[in-house]
Design a protein around this ligand. Structure first.
Ligand code: ZN
Length: 282
């Protein structure tokens, strides 16, 4: 099942056509993208019976919003790919390095990204969407608490991220529109192996990152076990699972996002984000 947020309404993407959940279920399900988690199993069953014939074409990606527009909590993981830790000259973490992106930065797959300075960087990330309340869940049961996955960009202002000592990541990763997500929330059954998915990123047409989630240092189930042993995860919460090597701040020479450049972020089985960098204040 591919769930999308089309002009603020929740629906299915079936072969490129939009099937509005509320309209096509005769009001059984809400159009609110945040309300789907309570009805997840029923919506999946409903989705399996739908065909694209009744929907309207999703011709314009600009109409798509974040699949989970108002998550209560957004977790993100630092240094969760070995090659990224190595390129940053930092030791491989022994426990997951968890920080937050404040939820107001979460936007849709084609949102413009106002640059907050001249040291703003890209990070392709697979994003896990929690499906139900999760507390003290062991890794071997953790996938059962996941609704699905989406693609994410963990846009990062490196100057702000490292402005204080010790560094505080959250604000530098939470500026306006610094959390593009989408284009769909894809349920787990759509993935042959949810622990092995290709992730890629291009900037201005040049490929910058390519890896697979099988290279994660801490797997999705391990992350859920770790985080849920300390705090309750809620339906719709997002976990940005970390970025592989190839970010701009550790390249030689360093390479940062410039006004007018397009960031393209692709996760296998989910789709692509296309985010144009613009001047701040427009
Ligand atoms: Zn990141």
């Amino acid at each position: 099942m591919r769930l999308v947020n089309h002009r603020g309404r929740s629906g299915l993407d079936i072969a490129g056509r939009f099937v509005d959940l509320e309209e096509h279920s005769g009001g059984r399900f809400s159009s609110d993208p945040m309300s789907t988690f309570g009805d997840w199993d029923a919506i999946r069953s409903f989705a399996s019976e739908q065909t694209a014939t009744g929907g309207c074409p999703l011709v314009d990606d600009a109409t798509l919003g974040a699949p989970v527009p108002n998550p209560a909590q957004v977790f993100a993981i630092g240094l969760n790919y070995r090659d990224h830790a190595e390129e940053a000259n930092l030791p491989i973490p022994e426990t997951p390095m968890v920080f937050t992106k404040f939820p107001s930065c979460i936007v849709g797959p084609n949102a413009e990204v106002p640059l907050t300075g001249n040291r703003v960087d890209w990070e392709v990330e697979q994003v896990v969407v929690i499906g139900r309340e999760t507390k003290d869940v062991k890794a071997n049961e953790a996938w059962g608490y996941v609704a699905g996955m989406t693609a994410g960009q963990d846009i990062s202002d490196r100057r702000l991220q490292f402005a204080s000592k010790p560094p505080q990541f959250s604000l530098g990763k939470s500026a306006t529109n610094f959390g593009p997500t989408g284009p769909a929330l894809v349920s787990l059954d759509e993935f042959e192996d949810p622990d092995d998915i290709a992730v890629r990123c291009w900037v201005a047409g040049e490929q910058m990152q390519e890896s697979r989630t099988s290279n994660l240092i801490f797997t999705v189930p391990q992350l859920i076990e770790h985080i849920s042993s300390y705090c309750v995860l809620l339906p719709g919460d997002l976990i940005f699972t970390g970025t592989p090597g190839g970010v701009g701040s550790v390249r030689d020479p360093r390479r940062y996002l410039a006004e007018g450049e397009l960031i393209e972020t692709e996760i296998e089985g989910i789709g692509r984000l296309s985010n144009r960098c613009i001047a701040r204040g427009r």
